[in-house]
Design a protein. Structure first.
Length: 282
């Protein structure tokens, strides 16, 4: 069986002997399913069972919940807390540029665990003038708008304010959007990885404005200088810190988007007046 996803114009195919409907997270990707004729940037083989040993002797990057090890021409991703035997719940063996991989999984549960796919897309975007961004996204009259901010800044709140303003497919996401540069033009894409509003769409549009948002006692918008933008992008962009060259590529993308897309600080009080202020600004 074969599953094909398209996220931010990146094709990912997965082949498995297990019916994909058996995975708890299958419905999470229903809006991002693509046809078998889709051009794929990464092809994954999915296997149930323990990975071959040894596979994880090498140098790498480690967090509490996952580890990345480089062995020769392989990038080996371990996902999940280590068991007493030292074996992960999931292990993925990628080639150097993440175009091919083999996914090993102990049992049928979640296909990607809502992490493997994000990790993969972050890597693939960095090689394609793009990055994942902590932002809600809306397409308003054909114009893509991002509302960026940390947890609690109001991304889901702002997205909800637009539910009566645009069709459902134009509500891209309330937590993580993908941005890609095409020359001097930028596009914003919806992704599956939603937040509180549980809104996600595969739709995309040309990016016309970035708003860095905060709750406020009054509505206001202020144009941000270029010097203030790079630190904001660095905090809210999902950087591939495990790969020096990929991180450098994303930082270069930050510089290009700063030059191409106007950015604003937006303080808002939830309500119609905030929406009207945004409309006037873009």
């Amino acid at each position: 069986m074969k599953l094909v996803l398209k996220i931010a114009d990146i094709g990912i195919s997965v082949t498995s002997n297990v019916a994909f409907e058996r995975f708890n997270d299958f419905s999470f990707y229903r809006h991002f399913l693509a046809g078998n004729g889709t051009s794929c940037d990464c092809s994954l083989e999915h296997l149930i069972g323990a990975p071959p040993e040894p596979l994880t002797v090498g140098t790498g990057f480690s967090t509490d919940n996952w580890q990345l090890v480089r062995v020769r021409d392989m990038n080996i991703l371990r996902v999940g807390p280590r068991s007493p035997e030292g074996k992960p719940d999931n292990l993925v063996v990628f080639n150097r540029d993440y175009s091919v991989g083999v996914m090993y999984q102990k049992s049928v549960f979640e296909l990607f665990r809502r992490f493997i796919d994000q990790f993969l897309v972050i890597n693939l975007l960095s090689r394609r003038s793009g990055f994942l961004f902590h932002a809600a996204g809306v397409v308003l009259q054909g114009k893509g708008i991002c509302f960026a901010g940390p947890s609690g800044a109001g991304k889901s709140t702002l997205l909800n304010l637009f539910k009566d303003e645009v069709p459902a497919e134009c509500l891209l996401n309330d937590d993580r959007c993908a941005l890609r540069g095409y020359g001097r033009k930028w596009r914003v894409f919806g992704t599956p990885w939603y937040g509180e509003s549980r809104v996600s769409s595969p739709h995309a549009a040309g990016l016309c404005a970035l708003f860095f948002i905060r709750h406020s006692k009054r509505n206001y918008v202020r144009r941000l200088s270029r010097s203030k933008l790079c630190p904001l992008l660095t905090v809210l962009g999902l950087l591939p810190l495990w790969d020096r060259s990929a991180t450098s590529a994303v930082l270069s993308s930050f510089q290009r988007i700063i030059e191409a897309v106007p950015a604003y600080e937006l303080g808002f009080v939830p309500g119609r007046a905030a929406v009207e202020l945004i409309k006037r600004t873009v």
